[in-house]
Design a protein around this ligand. Structure first.
Ligand SMILES: Nc1ncnc2c1ncn2[C@@H]1O[C@H](COP(=O)(O)OP(=O)(O)OP(=O)(O)O)[C@@H](O)[C@H]1O
Length: 266
């Protein structure tokens, strides 16, 4: 999947600013501070947020007829009065999926006959993940799948997402749970103020920044982005990377505002 020069504004204010990315198969985690544009990017990937400018090219379902995108939005409005199994069965009929297998994949088999309104918030989240994955779409977009879940359930949600992310399937999740990114993600996109500040293979990025964890990467890339912004404030014509190199005179690769490996800003 390719995102090419995507810009989205609200009220004239850019929320995503010239974002270009290429997503490979596997699990990509989109991270960044509150309000950095993660949900907007995921909505754009899922097709619910139309870009103002730019383009998104998505993978198609294998035979061109199945579900091509599975999407878990931040809020899932399930219809009250139906059980978890009935809810998934409704969607499963549309895409030739198996509701019981989907419930089992997120550990909800025992809750199959509970009405959705009687499920806890976390269980509803897991049901949303199962619904997004029904029909095995080649692209699954999960907006904060671990939000509101206890540690065990968070782990399960990410494991389910990672298991689903095969050579043929691209799974994109947004999250603030950086330990789960360490444990499960193949690639990372970090946003700050609507811009990509780091993107690529997680191991390669950790190497590049000489850090061991995604939390440390988050700090380092955030610091670099802030430096770039300060430099840009002084002279908008200068790139952040160039300004930073001038500041620290390090003479390294000068590539610190955008990292290109696997998931890449193009
Ligand atoms: N429908 C909308 N109308 C107006 N502004 C919006 C809308 N959706 C998002 N925004 C603004 O866009 C910015 C980015 O929001 P977004 O939800 O994409 O960030 P986020 O990184 O997902 O944040 P969080 O981590 O808090 O979920 C915020 O300033 C938000 O107020």
């Amino acid at each position: 999947m390719v995102v090419d020069d995507l810009t989205r504004t609200y009220g004239g204010v850019p929320v995503l600013d010239s974002v270009s990315l290429a997503f490979g198969s596997g699990l990509t985690a989109v991270i960044g501070p509150n309000g950095s544009g993660k949900s907007t990017l995921l909505g754009a990937l899922a097709g619910t947020v139309p870009p103002i400018t730019g383009e998104i090219r998505r993978p198609n379902a294998e035979d061109g007829s199945g579900k091509s995108i599975g999407y878990l939005p931040q809020q899932v409005p399930f219809r009250e009065g139906f059980t978890a199994r009935e809810t998934l069965a409704f969607y499963a009929r549309l895409v030739d999926g198996d509701p019981d297998a989907a419930l089992a994949s997120v550990g909800l088999s025992d809750a199959a006959d509970k009405a959705v309104e009687d499920l806890s918030g976390g269980m509803q989240r897991l049901l949303g993940i199962a619904q997004a994955m029904l029909g095995d779409p080649p692209l699954v977009v999960l907006d904060e799948p671990a939000s509101g879940l206890d540690p065990g359930m968070r782990e399960r949600a990410f494991r389910t997402a990672a298991t689903h992310a095969t050579d043929d399937v691209t799974v994109v999740v947004s999250t603030h749970n950086l330990d789960l990114v360490d444990a499960h993600a193949d690639r990372v996109v970090m946003l700050a103020r609507g811009r990509v500040v780091a993107a690529g293979d997680l191991d390669a990025l950790r190497n590049e920044y000489s850090v061991d964890t995604t939390a440390a990467l988050y700090e380092a890339a955030g610091r670099d982005a802030a430096l770039s912004e300060t430099a840009d404030d002084g002279d908008p014509a200068r790139s952040g990377a160039a300004a930073e190199d001038e500041q620290n005179m390090s003479g390294d690769d000068g590539d610190r505002d955008v990292h290109v490996t696997g998931v890449s800003e193009q």
